[in-house]
Design a protein around this ligand. Structure first.
Ligand code: ATP
Ligand code: MG
Length: 433
C-alpha cells in the first residue's frame, strides 16, 4: 500500500487510506468539497478541479451514501470548519454506488422501518446499540463474576410453556411445536442439573396482537435462574445489583455521548431499590390515587401509571419493585407464600413507569407443582415429561427472573417506542425486512 496508512476519519493524519461514505457534496466552479463519513466521524475532502480532473469527474456523479476508498494526504487548513483539516486525494475508487434514499427525516416510522438499514445510519440511532452493548456487557460481567454459567437453549418446545394464550405454533416435520414464550423450563432444568446459577440470553416469542409502545412479537430476553433461594427477596437482591452493574457500564462508556446526542441522563441507581408489596399497593391506589382495585386483582395500565408516579415522587428513584402478588395472577410455577394464603413469592420490577421484569421464587416440589398446574386448568400429565419430572430426582429450591432487553433499552434512553429500540422490530403487522 506504498506509504498510505489505513485510518478512520477521526484520527486521520498524514498520508492515509480511508474507506468511507459520502455524506455531502458541494460542487463549485473550480473546487469540490466532499464530506466523508464513517463511524468515527466526518472529514472534508477537497478537490481542485484543474489539478485533479479525473477525480473531479468521478466526484461530480456522487450522491449521498456512495461508498469510496480514498488515498491522499490530510493537511491542516484553518479555513475548514470541520476539524481545521482536509483530505487532498491522490486517488479515489468507488466501492459502492447508491440510489437516492427512499426515506428522509420527514418519513413516517413505518416507512423508516421498511428501510431500517438506512434509518440506522443516523449516529443517534447507532448510539442506542452501542449503549445496549455496554448494558449487556455490564450485566454479563456481573453474571460471570458471580459464578453464573451461560446456557443456550432451544427456542422450540413441545408444550406451550406458560399460559397457552399468545403462543406461536410451528410445523415440526409431521408434528406441532411451539416457539418459547420464555426460557423458563430450560433454565429451571439447568437448576435441576446442578448448575446452581445460570443466565440465558435468547429470543422470546409472544403471539399477541398488542399495538403498544412496549410490546413486540419477538424480543430479546435476558434471564437468570439460581439455586438456594429462600424467599423472593433473595432474587430481587440479585436483580438490583445486576441492573446497577449494567447501567454503570453504560454510564462510564457512553453517559456523556448519550447526554449530548439524545439529551438523556443515565442515572446509575442506588441500592436497595424501593419495594412495595401488592397489599400496600391496593392501599396506595385507593388512598393516594383515588383508583381502588379489588384485592387480588392484577394491576392494569392506569394503576401502573398512578403507582409509578406515586413511587417516583416518594422515593426519587427510577426503579421500584412490587412484590408478593396474589397467586391467581401469577404463573403456576411461582412459590406460594406459607404465611399469607393467596399470595406468592413473586415480583415485578418497574423502571420509570413500565414493567421490565417478572421474577419469583419457584415451586420445586413436584406434587405441589402438579396441584398448582391443575388449579390453572391445565392437565399436569401434559407437563410431566418436559417439566414436572425435572423436580422428581432432587432439585434445590430456586428462583430467578426474566428481563426484556428491548424494553430496558427503550426506557433507559427515553425512546418513545420499542420499534425504535430494537435493531429489527417484529410486530403483528411486521415481518420484514
Ligand atoms: P406485559 O404485562 O408488559 O405484557 P408480561 O408480564 O407479559 O409483560 P413477562 O412474561 O413477565 O411479561 O416477561 C418478562 C419481561 O419480558 C417483561 O417484564 C418485559 O420486559 C419483557 N416482555 C414481555 N412481553 C414483551 C413483549 N411483548 N415485547 C417486549 N418485551 C416483552
Ligand atoms: Mg410480567
Amino acid at each position: 500500500m506504498e506509504n498510505y496508512v489505513r485510518s478512520d476519519l477521526a484520527s486521520a493524519q498524514g498520508k492515509v487510506e480511508v474507506w468511507a461514505w459520502i455524506e455531502k457534496v458541494r460542487d463549485q466552479k473550480s473546487m469540490q468539497f466532499v464530506i466523508l463519513r464513517d463511524r468515527s466521524g466526518n472529514l472534508q475532502m477537497t478537490i481542485e478541479k484543474a489539478s485533479k480532473p479525473e477525480i473531479a469527474e468521478v466526484v461530480s456523479h456522487f450522491t449521498q451514501d456512495y461508498y469510496v476508498k480514498v488515498r491522499g494526504e490530510v493537511v491542516p487548513n484553518e479555513y475548514v470548519k470541520l476539524g481545521k483539516k482536509e483530505l487532498i486525494p491522490d486517488s479515489l475508487e468507488v466501492l459502492s454506488k447508491a440510489d437516492i434514499s427512499p426515506i428522509d427525516s420527514e418519513s413516517s416510522i413505518d416507512q423508516r422501518l421498511d428501510y431500517r438499514w438506512i434509518d440506522l445510519r443516523d449516529p443517534k440511532k447507532r448510539l442506542i446499540f452501542e449503549a445496549q452493548t455496554a448494558l449487556t456487557q455490564g450485566m454479563r460481567n456481573y453474571c460471570i463474576e458471580h459464578g453464573f454459567i451461560e446456557v443456550h437453549c432451544p427456542t422450540t418446545i413441545k408444550n406451550e410453556s406458560e399460559s397457552g394464550s399468545g403462543v406461536f405454533e410451528v410445523k415440526y416435520f409431521d408434528k406441532k411445536a411451539y416457539l418459547i414464550q420464555s426460557p423458563q423450563f430450560y433454565k429451571q432444568m439447568a437448576i435441576a442439573a446442578g448448575f446452581e446459577k445460570v443466565f440465558i440470553a435468547t429470543p422470546i416469542y409472544r403471539a399477541e396482537k398488542s399495538f403498544t409502545r412496549k410490546h413486540a412479537t419477538e424480543f430479546s430476553g435476558f434471564d437468570l435462574e439460581f439455586a438456594n433461594v429462600s424467599s423472593v427477596e433473595d432474587v430481587m437482591k440479585v436483580e438490583e445489583e445486576l441492573l446497577q452493574a449494567g447501567l454503570k457500564e453504560v454510564n462510564e462508556k457512553y453517559g456523556q455521548k448519550i447526554k449530548e446526542l439524545l439529551g438523556v441522563d443515565i442515572i446509575v441507581p442506588s441500592l436497595p431499590f424501593p419495594r412495595v408489596t401488592m397489599k400496600e399497593v391496593y392501599k396506595i391506589l385507593e388512598e393516594e390515587c383515588d383508583y381502588p382495585l379489588d384485592e387480588g386483582a392484577d394491576l392494569d395500565t392506569e394503576a401502573e401509571n398512578l403507582l409509578s408516579a406515586y413511587m417516583m415522587k416518594k422515593n426519587n428513584h427510577q426503579f421500584f419493585f412490587v412484590k408478593d402478588y396474589p397467586s391467581d395472577v401469577r404463573p403456576f410455577y411461582s412459590m406460594h407464600k406459607d404465611d399469607e394464603p393467596g399470595y406468592s413469592e413473586t415480583y415485578d420490577l418497574y423502571y420509570k413507569d413500565i414493567e421490565i421484569t417478572s421474577g419469583a421464587m419457584r415451586e420445586h416440589r413436584p406434587d405441589v407443582l402438579a396441584k398448582q398446574i391443575a388449579e390453572k386448568g391445565i392437565d399436569p400429565k401434559t407437563m410431566e415429561e418436559n417439566y414436572i419430572n425435572f423436580f422428581k430426582y432432587g432439585c434445590p429450591p430456586h428462583g430467578g427472573f426474566g428481563l426484556g432487553l428491548d424494553r430496558l433499552t427503550m426506557l433507559m434512553l427515553d425512546i418513545p417506542t420499542i420499534k425504535e429500540a430494537m435493531f429489527v422490530f417484529r410486530g403483528p403487522d411486521r415481518l420484514n425486512p
